[in-house]
Write a protein that binds this ligand. Structure first.
Ligand SMILES: [Zn+2]
Length: 138
């Protein structure tokens, strides 16, 4: 990956700081440099640092249903969409069944449990016309 949106954002932020305080301020303090300026500069630098850290953290995380999960926790090779019912799941429980049976927990209960031989032999339920338009009640 080359320059990401985040990298560009950081570069912009750095530019904004140097614009605000003058290019010199970033390099060597001049006579115009005073404690107040330095304080501000340090604060902004700290802010930038935190921002960078946060972005790095976000890069390592993935948002699922509003939760940030570490990518390390999620096996990228694991299929997130159940090939049987097309349910999209990040449930760790589903994860287990997905890697073991190529289906989610729900499908396992419905199709595999007690019929594992049939499943292992390659049998799959016919794709049913599931309510593609799920009713959303609020
Ligand atoms: Zn399923």
């Amino acid at each position: 990956m080359s320059e990401s949106k985040d990298d560009i954002e950081i570069a912009r932020y750095e530019q904004a700081i140097s614009r605000k305080y003058g290019k010199e301020s970033v390099q060597t303090p001049l006579s115009t440099w005073d404690d107040e300026k330095e304080q501000q500069y340090l604060e902004q630098s700290a802010e930038l640092y935190l921002k960078q850290q946060k972005i790095q953290e976000q890069k390592d995380k993935i948002e699922i249903d509003g939760f940030l999960l570490s990518k390390k926790l999620i096996n990228k090779d694991t299929n997130r969409i159940c090939p049987v019912c097309s349910k999209y799941s990040f449930d760790l429980k589903d994860d287990v069944y997905m890697s073991k049976f190529d289906c989610c927990f729900h499908c396992h209960v419905q199709w595999v449990e007690n019929r594992e031989e049939r499943w292992k032999s390659g049998w799959r339920p016919k794709k049913t016309k599931k309510a593609s338009r799920s009713k959303r009640k609020r």
